[in-house]
Ligand binder design. Structure first.
Ligand code: FES
Length: 117
């Protein structure tokens, strides 16, 4: 099971378990089930309201494995200024996802994560 720690300067950190490998639990779904106040609107990767910063906490120098950004995430993260065209291209070359994700689109895998919201 993965551990997901939600952190926000206005609230106490909260760590919850996520069922790894279910391929159905988005960050937003886990947050809502655990009464964590991540902002959201569309829940469909269109509005960008649910943007969060996700990092691996298994090892500080270890890059985030995560899943690849969805096409919706790429479009929205560029439009709200979280990813530049150059960063997007580098991300594809390095085959590593951006730390900026849409909580409604990112599915949790078997990796302990810190989610800043
Ligand atoms: Fe709209 Fe996630 S809630 S993009």
């Amino acid at each position: 099971m993965a551990l997901v720690t939600f952190t926000n300067p206005e609230y106490r950190d909260k760590t919850v378990y996520a069922v790894a490998g279910s391929h159905t639990q988005s960050i937003l779904k886990i947050a809502r089930e655990n009464k964590i106040a991540i902002n959201f609107e569309c829940q469909d990767g269109e509005c960008g309201t649910c943007v969060v910063k996700v990092t691996s906490i298994e090892a500080k120098d270890k890059p985030l494995m995560g899943g690849p950004l969805t096409e919706k995430e790429k479009t929205v993260l560029r439009s709200i200024g979280k990813l530049t065209k150059d960063e997007m291209e580098q991300m594809i070359v390095d085959d590593l996802p951006s730390p900026w994700r849409l909580a409604c689109q990112m599915i949790v895998r078997d990796e302990d994560l810190r989610v800043e919201y």
